[in-house]
Design a protein around this ligand. Structure first.
Ligand code: MGD
Ligand code: MGD
Ligand code: SF4
Ligand code: MO
Length: 814
């Protein structure tokens, strides 16, 4: 056994020599029981897209301190081709408070009170797994596998002890109802393919249209214009995109313009322009700018003619009626006969006419210009065309496929070559947009291809009767319309069984019939890798167990193996491998893929990797300019759209607009071209409830949590208390001052929160960080300040996604 001093010395040596610190697993295991301090690699595996490196200092089987990446050059940038340190933010570094939280689930439990009441009794694992298996078998017999829902859940992206175990088990026993899309980017991901041919979160590789150019490309741009994008908070890793952006701006000196209803932290300390805008109106702003560009002959006509379909009548498909092209829409020669003048746009957006004209000219005459968007603008009732309207600015100016440019999508990432636990294939063919799951509980048969974008079948056939919820909180907290949702969940004649597997007693866990306690990443060996918000470099980390399991928690891998045993599919589940052998397999599969990389020599054998901890490498096969190959040769490298071009006018969307059945509500519209759509609960657009609820409201992604994860961390609650941002214009007549408790309410619900009166938010909008834990009192007033107490169950027209950010409310001082 090594002494603390000699261990620290050896790791420091390795740290400077090889660039990596190391803790051999054998040391960690030995130390787990001994009174010496060891440091093991770990990672923050929450869905924030970075998976920052952590180093856990443990003693006597407990993590006593968390540090972060100390390998390589602390000053290295991303844009300059070096490896930055993947330094964790304050959330990752407070992992210990999640690990040892009073809310940790300790034992398997069974509900004793009413569903949702949160009353449970402790049971044994045997009883829990036997009873759950019996109920699951019964559900399958009575209602088929199509009545099983594996709930969305983004809580853990380690590579092996994760949700894949759950998917794998269910795929082996006949599957479950499929779903697609998500809560992050539902609108953009479902409309983008009509314009560009695809969307995915995968890496920028030569011609993948589904992601944006690397943030590092901003170093080649002279102007960076971004809509509803707050990387300082949502891409917070010390080695991730926020750092990549800082470096790119430093190297290239681009001017930065941020269009957002809130003056966000991404603007702080920067010589950047804030363009405050009314929420949901970016499409109108883009149309107003397009008008200026067209009127002043500033559009790149050659680009539009060669690469796009439907900008003007010249390239409009034959099937399209006259006047249905984009230019006609902008000039008022389309069906709505309204010219999208800067005055028109200003009335809708509240952005001054001069600003619209000035920015339009600047965007059109500055080259290269890099245009992008976060996902705030599209998490709305009109989110689909919000996102494609922003893309129009890049297309009109031909700023696509060249160094320093982008399509208007969110900045992309290089994504590494890791291999996780294989899930197998879901035998059930039917799938539906995930946000519609409550409708599939109540009346699945009513969900069809034409009214609910159901895929694989004409309509669903079985109501959801069994919900298995692993590492997620969309069962209640993170979905929309909590009060309506809880009625559905409380009715035991609808969903018959709810299983929640988590490591904390979350609001969703309170709605479970059975609660199963998973381990945390620090309590089991696993692998971790870079993800979608890291930037232009990659890594894979060996994460040996750093802490003892202190209660009866079991890894999800074990839980699902026990289930597999009860269904006679254990051998298929394990394929004869132990968990440790699977980890080795995962790394060896990665090694196979690494062979073709220029950095292949950076990858050691598994044993050396496990001992050293981190491999940092570069894919190195792309410069991260989205649509570069298409721009170079659109005939040789066509897009996967029907025409092979960028479809500003989409015949497929025109067909959908003709044939889909949409709710008869304001804003439930689908159009073949990007355009502004006024929706319900949009201020100033004639919503009848506006008289009662005059303020718009949304929950942004704040620094104090990743969604609902990290909510129960006292350090973070102290550093980032949940507060309602409200402009003095709205606060004053309501007698509200900073620190006052206020009620925020609409017909759907009511919550209580502290006010923060500030000019950093536009008038007539209030905002709070999303993800707070729902905690209703006896009257149903949410004392926890979860924004989803106020949001809707209704879905957007095309994506059938979550319009989380579209809400009208009133605020009163308590
Ligand atoms: N700290 C932290 N980081 C996170 C997360 C987290 O919860 N916390 N979640 C992670 C996940 S899973 C995701 S999906 C991403 C989410 O990333 P985003 O969806 O981009 O985050 P949001 O905060 O919802 O929105 C970004 C910005 O859009 C603005 N906005 C809202 N509506 C509009 C609009 O109509 N127009 C314009 N122009 N701006 C608008 C908001 O004020 C906000 O500043 O973040 C990831 N990173
Ligand atoms: N109003 C509103 N609602 C929103 C959003 C919004 O902007 N506004 N954003 C939406 C977005 S973008 C997203 S991605 C979703 C996120 O919603 P979810 O995907 O539900 O994510 P979290 O709320 O972080 O919940 C993750 C859960 O996983 C648990 N967990 C973490 N690690 C492990 C593990 O190792 N094992 C197990 N079993 N459990 C683990 C955590 O304790 C936590 O309870 O929310 C959506 N909801
Ligand atoms: S930036 Fe994201 S991945 Fe990194 S530590 Fe913070 S929450 Fe975790
Ligand atoms: Mo998300």
């Amino acid at each position: 056994m090594i002494s603390r001093r000699s261990f620290l010395r050896s790791s420091a040596l390795l740290g400077t020599a090889a660039g990596f610190t190391a803790t051999p697993l054998s040391q960690a295991v030995a130390a787990a029981a001994a009174d010496i301090e060891t440091v093991t690699w770990s990672a923050c595996s929450i869905n924030c897209g970075s998976r920052c490196l952590l180093r856990c200092a443990s003693k006597n089987g407990r993590v006593i301190r968390i540090e972060t990446d100390n390998t390589g050059d602390p000053h290295a940038g991303v844009a300059d081709g070096k490896f930055p340190q993947v330094r964790a933010c304050h959330r990752g570094r407070s992992m210990r408070q999640r690990l040892y939280a009073p809310e940790r689930l300790k034992y398997p439990m069974k509900r004793v009170g009413r569903r949702g009441e949160g009353k449970f009794e402790r049971i044994t694992w045997e009883q829990a797994l036997d009873e759950i298996s019996a109920r699951l078998k019964d559900t399958i017999k009575k209602h088929t596998n199509e009545s099983i829902l594996l709930m969305h859940g983004s809580g853990n992206y380690s590579l092996f002890n994760n949700r894949n175990c759950t998917f794998r088990f269910f795929n082996l026993i006949g599957g479950n109802i499929g779903w697609y899309s998500d809560y992050s980017a539902a609108c953009i991901q479902n409309i983008w393919p009509y314009m560009f041919g695809g969307f995915n979160y995968g890496a920028v590789r030569s011609n993948n249209p589904g992601v944006g150019s690397y943030m590092s490309q901003i170093k080649n741009a002279k102007l960076y214009v971004t809509f509803g994008n707050n990387p300082a908070v949502t891409r917070a890793s010390g080695g991730g995109q926020t750092w990549e952006l800082a470096e790119a701006l430093r190297l290239g000196g681009a001017r930065m313009v941020v269009i957002d209803p809130i003056r966000t932290d991404s603007l702080a300390g920067r010589d950047a322009e804030w363009v405050p805008i009314r929420p949901g109106t970016d499409a109108a702003l883009a149309a107003g700018m397009a008008y200026v560009m067209i009127r002043e002959n500033l559009v790149d006509q050659a680009f539009l003619d060669k690469y796009c379909v439907g900008y003007d009548e010249k390239t409009l498909p034959k099937s399209a009626p006259k006047g249905s092209d984009y230019k006609s829409y902008i000039l008022g020669k389309g069906p709505d006969a309204t010219p999208k003048t800067p005055e028109w746009a200003s009335r809708i957006t509240n952005v001054p006419v001069e600003t619209i004209e000035r920015l339009a000219r600047e965007i059109a005459t500055t080259k290269p210009t890099f245009i992008s968007q976060g996902w705030g603008p599209q998490r709305r009732m009109n989110g689909e065309t919000q996102s494609t309207s922003i893309a129009m600015l890049a297309l009109l100016t031909g700023q696509v496929g060249l160094p320093g440019t982008n399509t208007g999508a969110r900045e992309g990432d290089s994504y590494g070559i890791d291999t996780g636990f294989p899930t197998g294939k879901n035998p059930v063919k039917a799938s539906f947009p995930v946000f519609l799951w409550p409708k599939a509980v109540v009346d699945a048969k009513s969900l069809t291809a034409k009214n609910a974008a159901v895929r694989g079948v004409d309509h669903l056939t079985h109501n959801i009767k069994f919900i298995w919820n692993t590492q997620g909180n969309t069962l209640i907290n993170q979905h929309g319309g909590i009060n309506a949702l809880r009625k559905i969940l409380e009715d035991e004649s609808l969903v018959e069984t709810i299983v929640v597997v988590d490591n904390q007693m979350t609001p969703s866990a309170k709605f479970a019939d059975f609660v199963l306690p998973d381990t945390m990443n620090q309590e089991i060996d696993d692998l971790e890798a870079d993800a979608y918000a890291v930037g232009d470099y990659n890594y894979i980390v060996a994460c040996p167990k750093a802490a003892s399991i202190e209660w009866e928690q079991r890894p999800n891998w074990e839980i699902m193996r026990e289930m597999a045993k009860r269904f006679g599919v254990e051998d298929a589940y394990t394929e004869g491998r132990t968990y440790a052998e699977w980890l080795r397999w995962g790394y060896e599969e990665t090694l196979k893929k690494a062979k073709s990389l220029a950095d292949a020599d950076k990858f050691p054998s598994f044993d050396k990797f496990w001992a050293e901890g981190v491999v940092k490498y570069r894919m190195g096969d792309d410069d991260g300019i989205v649509l570069k190959a298409f721009r170079e040769d659109p005939v040789k490298n066509p897009l996967p759209t029907p025409s092979g071009k960028i479809e500003i006018y989409s015949e497929r969307l025109a067909e959908i607009a003709r044939t889909w059945e949409l709710p008869k509500e304001k804003g439930q519209e689908i159009h073949p071209i990007p355009q502004f759509i006024a929706t319900k609960e949009m201020r100033g657009q004639g919503d009848p409830t506006e008289a009662k609820y005059p303020l718009e409201a949304y929950g942004y992604h704040g620094a104090g949590r990743t969604h609902s994860t990290y909510h129960n961390v006292p350090w973070l609650r102290a550093a980032h208390p949940d507060r309602l941002m409200i402009n003095p214009v709205d606060a004053k007549p309501r007698g509200i001052e900073t620190g006052d408790k206020v009620r925020v309410f609409n017909d759907r619900g009511e919550l209580e929160i502290e006010a923060f009166v500030t000019n950093r938010i536009i008038p007539h909008l209030v905002a709070m960080p999303q993800g707070a834990w729902y905690s209703p009192d006896e009257k149903g007033v949410d004392k926890g300040a979860c924004i989803n107490t106020l949001t809707m169950l209704d879905a957007t027209p095309l994506a059938k996604g979550n319009p989380s950010h579209t809400n009208l409310v009133e605020v009163k001082k308590l």
